[in-house]
Design a protein around this ligand. Sequence first.
Ligand SMILES: Cc1cc2nc3c(=O)[nH]c(=O)nc-3n(C[C@H](O)[C@H](O)[C@H](O)COP(=O)(O)OP(=O)(O)OC[C@H]3O[C@@H](n4cnc5c(N)ncnc54)[C@H](O)[C@@H]3O)c2cc1C
Length: 367
Amino acid sequence: MPTKRDAFDAVVIGAGIGGLTAARTLIDNGRRVTVLESRNEVGGRLRSADVAGGALDFGATWFWPGEPRVAALVKEFDLRTHQQHLAGDAMYHEPGGSKRIDGNPLDVPSNRFADGAQSLARAIANRLPTGTVSFDDPVTAIEQRDQSLHVHHTTGTTTAADVVLAVPPALAVSRIAINPPLPARINGLARVTPVWMGNMTKVVAVYDEPFWREEGLSGSAISHYGPMRELHDMSGESGQPAAIFGFASPAAGAPTPTADDIRIQLAQLFGPNSPRPIEVIITDWRHEPDTSPSGVEQLNAYQTYGHEDYQVPALDGRLHWASTETSTINPGHIEGAIVAGMRAADSILAGTGKTTTPIAHTGKGTR
Ligand SMILES: Cc1cc2nc3c(=O)[nH]c(=O)nc-3n(C[C@H](O)[C@H](O)[C@H](O)COP(=O)(O)OP(=O)(O)OC[C@H]3O[C@@H](n4cnc5c(N)ncnc54)[C@H](O)[C@@H]3O)c2cc1C
């Protein structure tokens, strides 16, 4: 039997960097907030694994100069970072083998999180009041009634004046029933907005040593044959853990490349006698139901990123978009998700004439 729980001013759907940013900003301004997250951890498309000597990234890896919001969080939380390894020549993969390219035209200067990109999300989450995030708690429906939004999720129904939808728009409208329905124009917009990197497979090949560095190679490579189309060094600053990562983008419906496919390509790239990876970790983001709707490969309307309709809350000013795809600045990047989360929180704090209604939270509650 559901029991009455805490009262909330806002419900945030999704504990990726956008949702966490919105939650934090609202809480810092005295609002009562719960974050409902379908996975069992924070970070969303920031996913890292701790390994001896550092971390590996299976989602985002880099942040770039000119991204002040990421830089400010890195400073605030005193996160360890280092520069992307650029030195050395690149490789070009051609049929049956490869050739060396003078220099490294493939990489631009960028920064890495020494403890993995997910450390950024964990740092923000650790500053939220205990129990703010409810894990394993996917939202299935949002209903507007009595000047409030009623959010239905696995562990109950939570009611609040405002809801932050910090989920890629195409996933949100395919997975969450919204009543009354969004205007056809907005629903149509969300349905065609690509999920950034949702069509990608990220491959991480772990080695005993970064052997390519000793050979004067950067670890970067480009291939028109695949399965990986571009590769980069993903080792720790000292060379440990030693790793190379690559992006593959299988065509719609095509299978995920196997570890054997990857090992064959790496041997073609670096030579048949090159050291073999001790582990190959493959993450196909097309098949992550908490990131990508089915058919994600077919979404290509990138011009919808940061669309003006995402800047305006829906459902009478109560439903606020907050994933990176909705950002007018650096959409797709971590920086964009922060921008979107801040915009959503600011629009709630601004109030725009809404009344805050009595709040009831029923169900198992947060943990
Ligand atoms: C392979 C890959 C490489 C990338 N490389 C980079 C990079 O190098 N640099 C960079 O800046 N960016 C990169 N990105 C993009 C970056 O990861 C994203 O911009 C950012 O993490 C998006 O944050 P977000 O909060 O908008 O969305 P997400 O991280 O997708 O967060 C959404 C959250 O909502 C949750 N959720 C989904 N549905 C529901 C539901 N129904 N109920 C409750 N919760 C739900 C999800 O579990 C998730 O936690 C990369 C992404 C990928 C996948």
